[in-house]
Ligand binder design. Structure first.
Ligand code: NDP
Length: 287
Protein backbone atom coordinates (compact mmCIF):
# COMPACT_ATOMS: atom_id res chain seq x y z
CA UNK A 1 0.00 0.00 0.00
CA UNK A 2 1.53 3.33 -1.00
CA UNK A 3 1.15 6.56 0.90
CA UNK A 4 2.42 10.14 1.15
CA UNK A 5 5.68 10.67 3.01
CA UNK A 6 7.70 13.83 3.63
CA UNK A 7 11.47 13.81 4.01
CA UNK A 8 13.11 16.82 5.69
CA UNK A 9 16.88 16.95 5.10
CA UNK A 10 18.47 15.69 1.90
CA UNK A 11 22.06 15.15 2.95
CA UNK A 12 23.71 11.86 2.04
CA UNK A 13 21.37 9.89 4.29
CA UNK A 14 18.15 11.90 3.78
CA UNK A 15 18.50 11.63 0.00
CA UNK A 16 18.97 7.85 0.28
CA UNK A 17 15.84 7.60 2.45
CA UNK A 18 13.78 9.67 -0.01
CA UNK A 19 15.03 7.57 -2.91
CA UNK A 20 14.08 4.33 -1.14
CA UNK A 21 10.55 5.66 -0.59
CA UNK A 22 10.29 6.62 -4.26
CA UNK A 23 11.47 3.14 -5.27
CA UNK A 24 8.62 1.68 -3.18
CA UNK A 25 6.13 3.82 -5.10
CA UNK A 26 5.23 6.30 -2.34
CA UNK A 27 4.34 9.93 -3.00
CA UNK A 28 7.38 11.73 -1.60
CA UNK A 29 7.56 15.41 -0.67
CA UNK A 30 11.04 16.71 0.07
CA UNK A 31 12.58 19.80 1.61
CA UNK A 32 16.21 20.75 2.20
CA UNK A 33 17.83 23.97 3.42
CA UNK A 34 19.97 24.07 0.25
CA UNK A 35 17.18 23.65 -2.28
CA UNK A 36 19.45 22.41 -5.08
CA UNK A 37 19.89 19.02 -3.39
CA UNK A 38 16.25 18.20 -4.18
CA UNK A 39 16.81 18.26 -7.98
CA UNK A 40 17.93 14.60 -8.46
CA UNK A 41 14.96 13.43 -6.38
CA UNK A 42 12.49 15.65 -8.24
CA UNK A 43 13.84 14.08 -11.44
CA UNK A 44 12.81 10.72 -9.96
CA UNK A 45 9.31 11.89 -9.09
CA UNK A 46 9.58 13.66 -5.71
CA UNK A 47 7.68 16.90 -5.06
CA UNK A 48 9.80 19.75 -3.74
CA UNK A 49 8.11 21.86 -1.04
CA UNK A 50 8.94 25.58 -0.89
CA UNK A 51 9.56 25.51 2.88
CA UNK A 52 9.66 23.07 5.79
CA UNK A 53 6.14 23.99 6.96
CA UNK A 54 4.66 23.18 3.54
CA UNK A 55 6.60 19.91 3.46
CA UNK A 56 5.23 18.91 6.88
CA UNK A 57 1.68 19.81 5.81
CA UNK A 58 1.97 17.59 2.71
CA UNK A 59 2.07 14.14 4.40
CA UNK A 60 0.81 12.26 7.46
CA UNK A 61 4.29 10.74 7.91
CA UNK A 62 7.28 13.09 8.26
CA UNK A 63 10.80 11.67 8.22
CA UNK A 64 13.54 13.97 9.54
CA UNK A 65 17.24 13.43 8.81
CA UNK A 66 19.43 16.44 9.55
CA UNK A 67 22.97 16.68 10.88
CA UNK A 68 22.02 17.51 14.51
CA UNK A 69 18.90 17.70 16.68
CA UNK A 70 19.17 21.48 17.15
CA UNK A 71 18.36 22.00 13.47
CA UNK A 72 15.40 19.64 13.70
CA UNK A 73 13.94 21.51 16.69
CA UNK A 74 13.84 24.71 14.68
CA UNK A 75 12.38 23.04 11.61
CA UNK A 76 9.69 21.12 13.47
CA UNK A 77 8.42 24.24 15.27
CA UNK A 78 5.50 24.25 12.86
CA UNK A 79 1.77 24.38 13.53
CA UNK A 80 1.28 21.93 10.67
CA UNK A 81 2.59 19.11 12.89
CA UNK A 82 -0.75 18.31 14.57
CA UNK A 83 -2.11 14.87 13.68
CA UNK A 84 1.08 13.69 11.95
CA UNK A 85 3.72 11.15 12.85
CA UNK A 86 7.29 12.38 13.02
CA UNK A 87 10.07 9.84 12.51
CA UNK A 88 13.29 11.42 13.66
CA UNK A 89 16.33 9.70 12.15
CA UNK A 90 18.89 12.37 13.01
CA UNK A 91 21.61 10.88 15.26
CA UNK A 92 21.61 12.15 18.81
CA UNK A 93 21.65 11.31 22.51
CA UNK A 94 18.77 9.59 24.35
CA UNK A 95 17.95 12.80 26.25
CA UNK A 96 17.71 14.74 23.02
CA UNK A 97 15.29 12.14 21.65
CA UNK A 98 13.10 12.42 24.78
CA UNK A 99 13.12 16.22 24.58
CA UNK A 100 12.21 16.07 20.89
CA UNK A 101 9.40 13.62 21.68
CA UNK A 102 8.05 16.13 24.21
CA UNK A 103 8.20 18.94 21.67
CA UNK A 104 6.51 16.94 18.93
CA UNK A 105 3.78 15.34 21.06
CA UNK A 106 3.18 18.78 22.63
CA UNK A 107 2.23 19.92 19.14
CA UNK A 108 -0.29 17.10 18.77
CA UNK A 109 1.85 14.72 16.70
CA UNK A 110 3.08 11.18 17.34
CA UNK A 111 6.80 10.56 17.70
CA UNK A 112 9.22 7.81 16.76
CA UNK A 113 12.96 8.14 17.13
CA UNK A 114 15.27 6.01 15.05
CA UNK A 115 18.86 4.87 14.85
CA UNK A 116 20.09 4.02 11.37
CA UNK A 117 22.49 1.06 11.44
CA UNK A 118 23.58 1.47 7.81
CA UNK A 119 25.41 3.78 5.45
CA UNK A 120 23.38 5.54 2.71
CA UNK A 121 24.39 2.97 0.07
CA UNK A 122 22.83 0.20 2.19
CA UNK A 123 19.44 1.90 2.60
CA UNK A 124 16.69 -0.26 1.13
CA UNK A 125 19.05 -3.18 0.65
CA UNK A 126 19.91 -6.30 2.63
CA UNK A 127 21.67 -5.75 5.95
CA UNK A 128 20.20 -2.30 6.66
CA UNK A 129 18.68 -2.21 10.14
CA UNK A 130 16.80 0.77 11.57
CA UNK A 131 16.02 0.75 15.29
CA UNK A 132 12.90 2.65 16.34
CA UNK A 133 11.64 3.67 19.75
CA UNK A 134 8.67 5.70 20.95
CA UNK A 135 4.99 5.48 20.06
CA UNK A 136 4.31 1.80 19.34
CA UNK A 137 0.92 2.39 17.68
CA UNK A 138 2.55 4.80 15.26
CA UNK A 139 5.22 2.21 14.52
CA UNK A 140 2.65 -0.50 13.86
CA UNK A 141 0.72 1.83 11.58
CA UNK A 142 3.73 2.90 9.53
CA UNK A 143 6.10 -0.06 9.67
CA UNK A 144 5.25 -1.22 6.14
CA UNK A 145 6.30 2.18 4.79
CA UNK A 146 9.40 2.29 7.01
CA UNK A 147 10.39 -1.11 5.61
CA UNK A 148 11.50 0.83 2.49
CA UNK A 149 14.67 1.77 4.42
CA UNK A 150 15.57 -1.73 5.64
CA UNK A 151 14.55 -3.95 8.53
CA UNK A 152 12.38 -1.85 10.87
CA UNK A 153 12.69 -2.97 14.51
CA UNK A 154 10.81 -1.33 17.39
CA UNK A 155 12.89 -1.61 20.57
CA UNK A 156 10.68 0.07 23.18
CA UNK A 157 8.28 2.85 24.14
CA UNK A 158 10.96 5.12 25.64
CA UNK A 159 12.01 7.36 22.71
CA UNK A 160 15.59 7.38 24.08
CA UNK A 161 16.07 3.63 23.57
CA UNK A 162 16.81 3.59 19.84
CA UNK A 163 19.57 6.23 20.16
CA UNK A 164 20.95 4.39 23.21
CA UNK A 165 21.13 1.08 21.33
CA UNK A 166 22.49 2.90 18.26
CA UNK A 167 25.36 4.18 20.45
CA UNK A 168 25.83 0.74 22.04
CA UNK A 169 26.30 -0.81 18.59
CA UNK A 170 28.68 1.98 17.53
CA UNK A 171 30.51 1.45 20.82
CA UNK A 172 31.07 -2.22 19.95
CA UNK A 173 32.15 -1.25 16.44
CA UNK A 174 34.74 1.31 17.58
CA UNK A 175 36.13 -1.11 20.17
CA UNK A 176 36.51 -3.66 17.39
CA UNK A 177 38.20 -1.11 15.12
CA UNK A 178 40.66 -0.21 17.88
CA UNK A 179 41.55 -3.88 18.43
CA UNK A 180 41.82 -4.77 14.75
CA UNK A 181 43.90 -1.69 13.89
CA UNK A 182 46.28 -2.42 16.77
CA UNK A 183 46.55 -6.06 15.68
CA UNK A 184 47.34 -5.05 12.08
CA UNK A 185 50.01 -2.60 13.30
CA UNK A 186 51.55 -5.30 15.51
CA UNK A 187 51.64 -7.75 12.58
CA UNK A 188 53.17 -5.07 10.32
CA UNK A 189 55.92 -4.50 12.92
CA UNK A 190 56.99 -8.09 12.14
CA UNK A 191 56.87 -7.54 8.37
CA UNK A 192 53.42 -9.15 7.90
CA UNK A 193 51.32 -7.03 5.55
CA UNK A 194 47.80 -5.93 6.38
CA UNK A 195 46.48 -8.09 3.53
CA UNK A 196 48.18 -11.11 5.10
CA UNK A 197 47.15 -10.49 8.70
CA UNK A 198 43.59 -9.28 8.12
CA UNK A 199 42.05 -12.65 7.15
CA UNK A 200 43.69 -14.24 10.20
CA UNK A 201 42.34 -11.49 12.44
CA UNK A 202 38.80 -11.53 11.04
CA UNK A 203 38.58 -15.35 11.16
CA UNK A 204 39.77 -15.23 14.78
CA UNK A 205 37.19 -12.57 15.67
CA UNK A 206 34.44 -14.61 14.01
CA UNK A 207 35.46 -17.65 16.08
CA UNK A 208 35.54 -15.59 19.29
CA UNK A 209 32.05 -14.18 18.62
CA UNK A 210 30.63 -17.56 19.62
CA UNK A 211 31.56 -16.85 23.25
CA UNK A 212 29.13 -13.95 23.65
CA UNK A 213 25.71 -15.65 23.75
CA UNK A 214 26.75 -17.93 26.63
CA UNK A 215 28.36 -14.99 28.47
CA UNK A 216 25.17 -12.96 28.01
CA UNK A 217 23.03 -15.79 29.38
CA UNK A 218 25.34 -16.20 32.38
CA UNK A 219 25.42 -12.46 33.10
CA UNK A 220 21.61 -12.22 32.95
CA UNK A 221 21.43 -15.20 35.33
CA UNK A 222 24.00 -13.64 37.70
CA UNK A 223 26.48 -16.47 37.09
CA UNK A 224 30.17 -15.57 36.88
CA UNK A 225 32.04 -18.87 36.95
CA UNK A 226 33.86 -20.14 33.87
CA UNK A 227 35.28 -23.32 32.43
CA UNK A 228 36.61 -21.45 29.39
CA UNK A 229 39.02 -18.69 30.40
CA UNK A 230 39.32 -16.73 33.63
CA UNK A 231 39.92 -13.04 34.30
CA UNK A 232 43.23 -14.00 35.98
CA UNK A 233 44.49 -15.84 32.87
CA UNK A 234 44.03 -12.71 30.76
CA UNK A 235 45.33 -10.38 33.48
CA UNK A 236 48.58 -12.38 33.79
CA UNK A 237 49.11 -12.28 30.01
CA UNK A 238 48.56 -8.54 29.66
CA UNK A 239 51.94 -7.09 30.77
CA UNK A 240 53.71 -9.26 28.16
CA UNK A 241 51.20 -8.16 25.52
CA UNK A 242 51.87 -4.50 26.32
CA UNK A 243 55.67 -4.91 26.56
CA UNK A 244 55.71 -6.69 23.19
CA UNK A 245 53.70 -3.91 21.64
CA UNK A 246 56.12 -1.27 22.99
CA UNK A 247 59.22 -3.27 21.90
CA UNK A 248 57.79 -3.67 18.41
CA UNK A 249 57.36 0.11 18.19
CA UNK A 250 53.55 -0.01 18.34
CA UNK A 251 51.63 2.29 20.69
CA UNK A 252 49.84 0.04 23.22
CA UNK A 253 47.14 2.68 23.88
CA UNK A 254 44.17 0.56 22.66
CA UNK A 255 45.16 -2.21 25.13
CA UNK A 256 45.45 -0.05 28.24
CA UNK A 257 41.75 0.29 29.18
CA UNK A 258 41.38 -3.51 29.06
CA UNK A 259 44.51 -3.94 31.21
CA UNK A 260 43.11 -1.50 33.79
CA UNK A 261 39.77 -3.32 33.90
CA UNK A 262 41.41 -6.72 34.31
CA UNK A 263 43.66 -5.36 37.09
CA UNK A 264 40.61 -3.94 38.86
CA UNK A 265 38.70 -7.22 38.53
CA UNK A 266 41.58 -9.19 40.06
CA UNK A 267 42.08 -6.59 42.83
CA UNK A 268 38.37 -6.89 43.64
CA UNK A 269 38.70 -10.67 44.01
CA UNK A 270 37.15 -11.74 40.70
CA UNK A 271 40.22 -13.45 39.22
CA UNK A 272 38.55 -16.87 38.95
CA UNK A 273 35.49 -15.47 37.16
CA UNK A 274 34.77 -15.44 33.44
CA UNK A 275 35.57 -12.34 31.40
CA UNK A 276 31.93 -11.23 31.43
CA UNK A 277 32.61 -10.17 35.06
CA UNK A 278 34.09 -7.01 33.47
CA UNK A 279 30.61 -5.87 32.38
CA UNK A 280 29.20 -5.08 35.86
CA UNK A 281 32.59 -3.59 36.71
CA UNK A 282 31.95 -0.95 34.04
CA UNK A 283 28.58 -0.08 35.54
CA UNK A 284 29.49 2.70 37.94
CA UNK A 285 25.89 3.89 38.17
CA UNK A 286 27.13 7.49 38.14
CA UNK A 287 25.50 9.64 35.45
P1 NDP B 1 24.97 15.37 5.62
O1 NDP B 1 26.03 16.26 6.18
O2 NDP B 1 25.15 14.77 4.27
O3 NDP B 1 23.57 16.15 5.62
C1 NDP B 1 23.22 17.00 6.68
C2 NDP B 1 21.83 17.52 6.46
O4 NDP B 1 21.49 18.42 7.55
C3 NDP B 1 21.66 18.31 5.16
O5 NDP B 1 20.36 18.11 4.68
C4 NDP B 1 21.85 19.73 5.67
O6 NDP B 1 21.28 20.71 4.84
C5 NDP B 1 21.09 19.66 6.96
N1 NDP B 1 21.42 20.77 7.87
C6 NDP B 1 22.58 20.99 8.54
N2 NDP B 1 22.49 22.12 9.26
C7 NDP B 1 21.27 22.62 9.05
C8 NDP B 1 20.56 23.77 9.53
N3 NDP B 1 21.13 24.61 10.38
N4 NDP B 1 19.29 23.96 9.11
C9 NDP B 1 18.71 23.07 8.25
N5 NDP B 1 19.30 21.98 7.76
C10 NDP B 1 20.56 21.76 8.16
O7 NDP B 1 24.75 14.23 6.71
P2 NDP B 1 24.08 12.77 6.53
O8 NDP B 1 22.92 12.89 5.61
O9 NDP B 1 25.14 11.79 6.23
O10 NDP B 1 23.60 12.49 7.99
C11 NDP B 1 22.33 12.95 8.48
C12 NDP B 1 22.05 12.24 9.80
O11 NDP B 1 22.02 10.84 9.56
C13 NDP B 1 23.13 12.51 10.86
O12 NDP B 1 22.53 12.67 12.11
C14 NDP B 1 23.96 11.23 10.79
O13 NDP B 1 24.62 10.96 12.02
C15 NDP B 1 22.89 10.20 10.49
N6 NDP B 1 23.48 8.97 9.92
C16 NDP B 1 24.28 9.06 8.83
C17 NDP B 1 24.93 7.94 8.35
C18 NDP B 1 25.82 8.00 7.16
O14 NDP B 1 26.51 7.01 6.91
N7 NDP B 1 25.83 9.08 6.39
C19 NDP B 1 24.77 6.63 9.03
C20 NDP B 1 23.83 6.64 10.12
C21 NDP B 1 23.25 7.79 10.57
P3 NDP B 1 22.17 21.40 3.66
O15 NDP B 1 22.17 20.40 2.54
O16 NDP B 1 21.45 22.65 3.38
O17 NDP B 1 23.54 21.61 4.25
Amino acid sequence: RTTSVTVLGLGLMGAALAEALLRDGHTVTVWNRSAAKAAPLVAKGAVQAPDAGAAIAASPLVVVCLSVYANAEEILASDALAGRTVVQLTSGAPDQARAMAGLVTGRGARYLDGGIMAVPQMIGGPGALILYSGDEDAFTRHKDVLAAFGEARHVGADPGLAPLLDFALLDAMYGMYAGVYHAIALARSGGVTASESTPMITDWLAAMMHAFPEQARALDAGEFGTDVSSVATSQIAFPTLIETSVRQGVDPAPLLPMRDLLDRAVADGHGADGLHRLIPLLETGKG
